[in-house]
Design a protein around this ligand. Structure first.
Ligand code: GDP
Ligand code: MG
Length: 296
């Protein structure tokens, strides 16, 4: 059987799946095992609130004699973890995908990966380089567009990013593209400006292509763990987020971040990325993820 976590998220496998495996394989479990489970969940960044919720349920079941074997624990945990994610599932991207997130969180790389994936499905893809704050940002995306083989609309350094997006929307409409993917700047130091800029970009897209056709995705660096939640909240307040792209999942052992995000931010995880290669992106599959965390 293909084991995604074991192959691609080795740090998470080591830090979470192998530790859980020791517990879930036991013939008989006791109070100490539950304590140990709590530590594993907290270390995995599942979050204090969410871990408490899980442990409360398991303690009740243990007290009532429902949990005696590791296998029982595994089944309960499987249900509980799935329940945490299931109410907040990401549906599907719309024709216009607006990427937001702070500098270094992996926007440009993730855009290139997504473009490549869509191109592989024979979709006609257009990129918009609306991070006009640094000329290097546009150059970087132009390079990727070349490599992937998709078209791109660019502007001058310091040009109003909304005007680049305007041009891209017109081109998208006139030349019948399937997807438009928009890269944006991520200077959170100038928070108010950035949020105004993003709102303006969104209004331009809504006006030309319709509000129903936009998916806004926030890139969150998984290596920053819960530290990135405050940023996510700021973005979510000013521009409604449809989903999160959890980047750099290959660089962290804290695989519980997924549960904390969905529970505490109430935003579904849409994609995960796990490396610098163009194919290191995947639509997040909740059931598979939980299953593999619990299978050593
Ligand atoms: N290990 C790893 N590095 C990544 C991943 N995604 C992006 N990076 C790296 O993170 C850095 C910032 O990425 P970039 O896309 O430029 O971020 P942006 O500023 O948000 O556009 C670059 O060095 C990327 O190579 C990933 O999934 N795994
Ligand atoms: Mg960038």
């Amino acid at each position: 059987m293909f084991n995604f976590i074991k192959k691609k998220l080795q740090k998470i496998y080591q830090a979470v799946a192998t530790k859980l495996g020791g517990l879930l394989g036991k013939e008989k479990i006791d109070q100490n095992d539950l304590k140990q489970l709590e530590v594993i969940l907290l270390e995995a960044d599942v979050g204090v609130q969410t871990t408490r919720k899980i442990m409360q349920d398991l303690s009740n079941r243990f007290a009532s004699g429902e949990l005696t074997k590791g296998e029982d624990l595994k089944n309960s945990l499987n249900t509980l973890l799935n329940d945490l994610l299931i109410g907040n599932k990401f549906e599907q991207i719309k024709p216009v995908v607006l990427f937001v997130g702070i500098n270094g969180s992996g926007k440009t790389t993730a855009i290139s990966k997504l473009a490549r994936q869509l191109k592989g499905e024979n979709k006609k893809v257009l990129l918009a380089a609306a991070d006009t704050f640094r000329a290097a940002a546009t150059e970087q995306l132009v390079e990727w567009a070349k490599k992937v083989g998709v078209d791109i609309v660019t502007g001058q350094e310091n040009q109003d990013p909304a005007s680049v997006v305007y041009q891209a929307c017109e081109k998208f409409k006139n030349e019948q593209y399937d997807y438009l993917i928009v890269d944006t700047a991520g200077r959170l130091q100038t928070k108010i400006n950035l949020m105004n800029e993003l709102a303006k970009i969104k209004r331009v897209i809504e006006k030309i292509l319709g509000a129903d056709n936009i998916t806004t995705l926030l890139t969150v660096d998984a290596m920053l763990g819960q530290n990135s939640f405050e940023q996510a909240k700021i973005f979510n307040e000013s521009t409604h987020l449809d989903g999160i792209i959890l980047t750099k999942m290959d660089g962290t052992g804290k695989g519980g971040i997924v549960f904390a995000i969905v529970q505490e931010l109430k935003i579904p995880v849409a994609y995960i990325t796990f490396g610098e290669n163009l194919d290191a992106i995947k639509i997040f599959d909740e059931e598979e993820y939980v299953k593999e965390l619990l299978e050593k």
